[in-house]
Design a protein around this ligand. Structure first.
Ligand SMILES: Cc1cc2nc3c(=O)[nH]c(=O)nc-3n(C[C@H](O)[C@H](O)[C@H](O)COP(=O)(O)O)c2cc1C
Length: 171
């Protein structure tokens, strides 16, 4: 407030200086989350929509992006990230779009709440275990182990996706 005390114009009394208040973080209304996914046949996209619904139900401000619609640097600006990619190749992330995106993003996820999800076919979830290990190596704050759904997510898988969104909102 500089060298002069603030004076109340109404009665000349000295005003008490209030410290600036940090932005209210009641609930999760001020934190911004992004759900970012790649999906070839729509299964991981369906999961992404359910994760988004869970985030919003829990009061988070959240947006949905196909991975080709957001740059890694923009994604890094979000407080919380839900990342979705199916098992492709031989138990790897999709290599043309998602892997290059994540390779850049992973250097910006230390301390950030992150939720991983994706659909798979005939494997045993190895791609997700490796992806989780990668995130842990970068000190991400993973909210769960990584949620996997076999092919088209059923009602149980979709409920788990919503729950994942809620957990991310509360992280
Ligand atoms: C090129 C290709 C490679 C795949 N590789 C694997 C794999 O290594 N392990 C596995 O469990 N599923 C594999 N799948 C199956 C997909 O992960 C599965 O169909 C998934 O539901 C696709 O999700 P999406 O609909 O979001 O694209 C592969 C599918 C394709 C098309």
């Amino acid at each position: 407030m500089g060298e002069y005390a603030k004076i109340d114009a109404r009665d000349g009394s000295q005003l008490k200086e209030e410290p600036a208040k940090p932005a209210e973080r009641n609930g999760n209304t001020m934190s911004k989350a992004a759900v970012i996914y790649w999906s070839g046949t729509g299964n991981t996209e369906t999961m992404a929509n359910a994760v988004l619904a869970g985030l919003r139900e829990a009061g988070a401000e959240a947006e949905l992006f196909a991975v080709d619609k957001i740059a890694p640097a923009e994604a890094a600006g979000y407080d919380k990230l839900a990342l979705g990619c199916p098992s492709m190749g031989a138990e790897v992330l999709e290599e043309a779009e998602f892997e290059p995106f994540f390779t850049k993003l992973e250097n910006s996820i230390a301390g950030k709440p992150v939720a991983l999800f994706g659909s798979y076919g005939w494997g045993d979830g190895e791609w997700m275990r490796n992806w989780k290990d990668r995130c842990e190596a970068k000190d991400a704050n993973l909210v769960t182990e990584g949620l996997i759904a076999n092919e088209t997510p059923d009602d149980t898988a979709l409920a788990a996706c919503k729950d994942l969104g809620r957990k991310l909102a509360e992280a």
